[in-house]
Design a protein. Structure first.
Length: 417
């Protein structure tokens, strides 16, 4: 009997030790705590001679996690990284993030508030988007560009003045254009194209944009049929006990960078193996059926985008994934389909997949290991490329609008970059 108890205790301890590595996205805080204390109490009750060993085992497990967290924070953020208030992995709409919510705003974020997100201040304007308040009505002599994207364009972990939309505005205004440029950043984390179109249809018109930019990466395409929609955060300042007991809140991965890194590694490894196997089997190219489906989805998105843009000139852009810098043929077929479809509708396409990133390592362009969002250097590179691509189109559009030769028209020239 004692041998069986020893084997059971050893297996239980291994199970507890493996939780951070294998089941972080399946067990919530209260489940982990229950499992841990159940094993600890059962072991002390059934095998009293092992109490000292059990106490040492669980103590070392806690020390391992805390020490790993401290080393990660100090090495990537410096002494300031030891602040759990300023630095935590939780993002937009996360229950353990520093955000506060208010359904009075478009996105559900509390207006005119400043929070800490990945160690950087995050200012929310009166409409719930990141950045300064935009004057309404639009002043004379101003050319406005409304840009909508996902979390990369919202810029977690990057100062407000150094995210790509803000840098695009600065770069365009430094090039002697006939009008002053304002870029309105309507990007929201964890959104796909239906949410972005909803934003352009319902939030963008209030800013009177002259041009609208839609992020159109393949992974953001909706299934057909689709309707523009937007689900605002519903976790409105819930009490602590609800955040702890509500399922799938991933307490550990939203508070601890070290555990979050383990979580990402466990998910990335099978993905890397699968990608390597696909390459060996020659499956990197799109299948004919997939290309046909993409063509239909692209057409549906661009048609709805043209309607959503109204009097503004519609344009689409592609944002290259930083973790795939070594693949020059990445999404080649999809990008060609998008360019062809956009050309038929006279929509400019800004393709940052063409950005020359040779010599860069993905680690040079992300926030930190475990978070693949672009850092300040990557935002600057994306902004420079996009500003260069936008300048001739914006200049031409400004001259047309000033001459009043195409008032109310999104333009009839085709520009593909």
């Amino acid at each position: 009997m004692t041998t069986r108890r020893r084997i059971g205790l050893a297996a239980s301890c291994l199970l507890v030790a493996a939780v951070p590595f294998t089941t972080l996205d399946r067990l919530d805080l209260h489940h982990v705590a229950f499992l841990t204390f159940a094993v600890l109490l059962a072991g002390m009750r059934l095998l009293p001679e092992y109490r000292r060993h059990l106490a040492l085992f669980f103590s070392l497990l806690i020390v391992f996690v805390l020490a790993g967290e401290a080393v990660f924070r100090l090495s990537h953020f410096g002494p300031a990284g030891l602040s759990f208030r300023a630095y935590r992995p939780a993002g937009y709409a996360g229950p353990w993030s520093a955000f506060e919510y208010d359904l009075a705003t478009f996105t559900g974020l509390k207006p005119h508030a400043v929070f800490m997100l990945r160690g950087k201040p995050f200012r929310v304007n009166g409409d719930g988007f990141r950045g300064r308040d935009i004057s309404r009505p639009k002043p004379e002599g101003v050319y406005r560009i409304a840009i909508t994207g996902a979390s990369a364009m919202m810029g977690p972990g990057v100062d407000e003045d150094t995210i790509a939309p803000a840098l695009i505005e600065k770069k365009l205004n430094s090039r002697g254009l006939p009008m002053r440029v304002e870029v309105v950043n309507l990007s929201v984390g964890a959104t796909r194209i239906p949410e972005m179109l909803f934003i352009l249809e319902n939030a963008a018109p209030a800013y009177e944009p002259d041009m609208e930019l839609l992020l159109a990466n393949r992974n953001l395409l909706p299934s057909l049929p689709f309707e523009p929609r937007f689900n605002r955060p519903r976790r409105i300042n819930e009490p602590l006990w609800r955040r702890i007991t509500r399922g799938r809140y991933n307490f550990c991965s939203e508070w601890f960078f070290f555990l979050n890194l383990m979580f990402d590694f466990r998910h990335d490894l099978p993905a890397a193996i699968s990608s390597h196997a696909a390459a060996l089997l020659g499956k990197n190219r799109q299948e004919p059926d997939s290309a046909a489906q993409d063509r239909e989805r692209i057409a549906a998105v661009l048609e709805r985008f043209a309607v959503a843009a109204g009097q503004a000139r519609p344009a689409v852009f592609l944002l290259r994934p930083i973790m795939a810098l070594d693949d020059p043929e990445l999404e080649r077929d999809y990008r060609r389909l998008l360019r062809d479809a956009a050309a038929r509708r006279s929509m400019p396409v800004i393709d940052t997949y063409e950005l020359d990133l040779r010599g860069f390592n993905p680690a040079d362009l992300i926030l930190y290991p475990g978070d693949n969002h672009p850092n300040e250097r990557a935002h600057s590179m994306f902004a420079e490329y996009m500003a260069d691509a936008l300048e001739p189109v914006v200049r031409e559009d400004m001259l047309r609008r000033k001459d009043r030769t195409s008032r109310g028209s999104p333009g009839d020239s085709t520009a593909v970059f």
